[in-house]
Ligand binder design. Structure first.
Ligand code: FRU
Length: 738
């Protein structure tokens, strides 16, 4: 799980990096230091902003000094302090602001001086209109307007500011060319309307009754309007008023000229967008002009209307541009949000995948551990099974023979002391058996020990169970039992138990056992499970698979006491499963039971029970347990045998050898198999088949007894009659009558 967290962290870092990569472009921070705050500056600032719309990587920082030198110096320093990449400055006065500009420039920050000039050389570029020319043109206009004759007042801009100086020089030089024009007064203003109003008012107050003034030149439109206000208040005929700036809009100079409040103005170009482009060119290292002169024009009664219309159209387009920009930034915002969302979703998906991978790995590991545990348990179980097998076999060989010994006369006549010692041995053998069982149970759980310790302690040798003494050897007719066990002691012990009742065959492994089973076709097999060469399970399977031996009941006798081992045993086809150490009585009872229930097919030819013997056998057969029903393979064997016999019935020379050969068996094999399955020999069955056929013919045909005798394969009618009587208890003639 820890690994998957690390994986998730790596993924998040990658996603973060990807997201940040998309904003890699360098951002330009441009500081704009304006000396004043008025409609001209407002227009220029908004043009700067519009210019910045065309550059995604530009950020503008504005400051306005309200015509104060100190404030502008401080603002420039603090703009530099915020880490601007370029400074645009309109210095309030020529010399006062220079130290601050120098400081910025010396720090390596490019400086654009615009519109007003400074006395320092430390700037990167200058942009502005020609104020001298502007003053000069205005002087020429005034002279012509007054037809070379008239008295005028000049109201100056802020003292020390370059436009004021240059406009004055240009104006005066132009006026000097026209001797009829007399400059009555040059009053000091500071670019603002109130100051102009005050100075003009003071002059008017002082010069009451003086000769009429024909024209006032204010160095900007606001100054001209301040002067006009003072003259209006003073009363009398108003002179003409001329200004500079010629701004568009409601209170702009163009409209003032159009409304005849001003006689003329001069458009003082703002060109903020051009200024911003210059800044970007410098920052990006593109070629640029060091000095840019902005061109301009005079506004008079003649062109004011057209200029107003044009300027209003420009303003309308600017507003459209503004709206477009707003829309575009909305879309960009949405795009940005969507991109963020995409990255977040991507990260979430990757995280989920990492989590799933983690869970998958966790379950994989758990399954592996589980497998290992199961494997370990299996190995442990195998080990305990092996150990218990090793212990159970000798235990069987102590417990069994001891029990047998206790039944002998030698023991019955032994001393009390000897009997006591035997009791101890017997009790402790049972103790040991119980311990072995317990040990195995501890590994698999659930199974109860065979005996409680109280039961074991109660064991004495006073009343041993009576088991048939194994010493006498069974006769020729007794059933044959094949013992298969690799342990010769076990074989000997089994021999001692079984030899009194059964003929015995012995094999030391499954392979040999299989050979014997095929050759000798025993009536029953008792086999160990854990054996070399071929184990008991495999052996049992082979026995049950083979046509010759398939009918033989197999008892598995084994130390493998667990339920699952028993299931394995039954699955291999075993008929019974007895665990070691076993009781001889149980084994004998089981063998007897299996042999009893084995003659499943007795009346092959459905002979009518005319004699008592047939009905006895039939009822015995029906008393057999339901689970003893014949297996399909045996049915197949018997039906094959039946049809063979029926085909050759008329052949009086038909021998058992011929029948066996036709079945693919030896005479002995056929004999044993048929006997085991039906309780009759093949010869008996052949005779029974002939007699059954004869019985049918007697009842259904008109043939004579002799003809029937020959037809069913009897060589002589008299012998037929004898056999018929033996089988059915009546002579053939009787059957004909009935
Ligand atoms: C604006 C302004 C204008 C004038 C110019 C001179 O701040 O006062 O009215 O033409 O500055 O620099």
């Amino acid at each position: 799980m820890r690994k998957s967290y690390q994986f998730a962290l790596i993924i998040l870092t990658i996603v973060g990096l990807l997201a940040s990569c998309s904003h890699q472009e360098k951002k330009y921070r441009i500081g704009v230091s304006q000396c004043s705050d008025d409609i001209w500056r407002d227009k220029q600032n908004s043009e700067l902003k519009i210019g910045a719309y065309f550059h995604d990587n530009v950020e503008l920082r504005f400051a306005a000094a309200y015509d104060s030198d100190e404030r502008q110096i401080q603002q420039i320093d603090s703009l530099v302090g915020t880490g601007i990449d370029l400074l645009i400055v309109a210095p309030n006065q020529v010399s006062t602001i220079s130290p601050a500009i120098d400081r910025a420039y010396d720090k390596g920050i490019p400086v654009i001086v615009f519109e007003r000039k400074t006395n320092t050389k430390k700037y990167t570029a200058y942009m502005g209109a020609d104020n001298y020319e502007m003053g000069h043109l205005m002087g020429e206009y005034v002279a012509s307007r007054l037809h070379e004759r008239g008295r005028i007042i000049e109201v100056m801009g802020l003292k020390g500011s370059s436009p004021a100086i240059e406009r004055h020089n240009g104006f005066r030089e132009a006026i000097a060319q026209h001797p009829g024009i007399q400059v009555v007064a040059t009053l000091q203003g500071d670019w603002t309307e109130p100051t102009a109003y005050n100075t003009v008012k003071q002059w008017l107050d002082k010069n009451k009754g003086a000769e009429k003034i024909d024209l006032v030149f204010g160095m900007n439109d606001r100054t001209a309007m301040g002067a006009r206000k003072a003259f209006e208040e003073a009363g009398g005929a108003l002179p003409l008023f001329c200004g500079i700036d010629g701004l568009p809009g409601e209170n702009g100079g163009i409209r003032l000229v159009q409304d005849s409040l001003l006689d003329a103005s001069y458009i003082y170009p703002t060109h903020g967008d051009q200024l911003l482009q210059l800044a970007v060119d410098i920052l990006e290292g593109n070629p640029y002009e060091k000095e840019t002169k902005l061109m301009s024009a005079l506004v008079t009664q003649d062109n004011a209307r057209v200029l107003l219309m044009e300027s209003e159209e420009v303003m309308r387009q600017s507003r459209n541009l503004e709206r477009l920009h707003e829309k575009a930034s909305q879309y960009f915002n949405q795009l940005g949000n969507q991109r963020t969302l995409t990255f977040v979703a991507l990260a979430a998906i990757l995280l989920l995948l990492a989590l799933l991978a983690g869970i998958y790995m966790y379950y994989l590991q758990r399954a592996r551990i589980q497998d290992e545990r199961i494997q370990m348990e299996r190995e442990q179980l195998d080990f305990y099974t092996q150990v218990s097998h090793e212990l159970r076999t000798p235990l069987t060989l102590i417990q069994g023979p001891l029990d047998q010994l206790l039944r002998t006369n030698d023991f019955r006549t032994a001393s009390d002391n000897a009997r006591e010692l035997f009791t101890i041995v017997r009790r402790n053998t049972h103790h040991l058996t119980a311990l072995v069982n317990k040990m195995l149970d501890a590994q698999v759980g659930g199974r109860k020990p065979d005996m409680t310790s109280e039961q074991i302690d109660a064991i004495t040798v006073q009343n041993p169970v009576d088991v048939p003494n194994g010493n006498p050897v069974a006769d020729e007719d007794a059933s044959t039992v094949l013992i298969v066990d690799d342990n010769s002691d076990i074989r000997a012990y089994l021999r001692s138990i079984l030899q009194g009742q059964y003929r015995l065959l012995e094999a030391e492994d499954g392979q040999r056992g299989l050979e014997l089973a095929r050759e000798q076709v025993p009536d029953l097999i008792v086999s160990d499970v854990m054996m070399p060469v071929m184990n008991g399970l495999e052996f049992c399977q082979q026995v049950k698979k083979d046509n010759i031996s398939s009918h033989i009941p197999v008892i598995l006798l084994t130390a493998r006491a667990l339920e699952k081992h028993q299931i394995e045993g039954y699955e291999s086809g075993a008929d019974a499963y007895i665990t070691k150490p076993f009781s001889p009585e149980l084994l004998l009872a089981r063998i007897d039971n299996l042999l009893q229930s084995r003659h499943q097919l007795k009346d092959l030819w459905g002979m009518k029970p005319m004699a008592g013997i047939a009905s006895t056998e039939a009822s015995a057969a029906s008393a057999e347990p339901a689970d003893a029903a014949p297996a399909p393979i045996e049915d197949a064997f018997i039906s094959r045998f039946k049809s063979l016999v029926e085909e050759r019935l008329a052949d009086s020379n038909l021998s058992v050898e011929e029948l066996a050969a036709a079945m693919g068996l030896s005479r002995v094999q056929l004999y044993r198999k048929v006997k085991a399955m039906t309780g009759n020999t093949p010869v008996d069955l052949l005779r029974k088949a002939r007699l059954a056929q004869a019985q049918r013919l007697l009842q259904e045909s008109g043939l004579t007894v002799s003809e029937i005798a020959y037809q069913v394969g009897f060589a002589s009618p008299s012998y037929f009659t004898k056999c018929y009587k033996d089988e059915f208890g009546t002579v053939p003639g009787e059957a004909r009558k009935s």
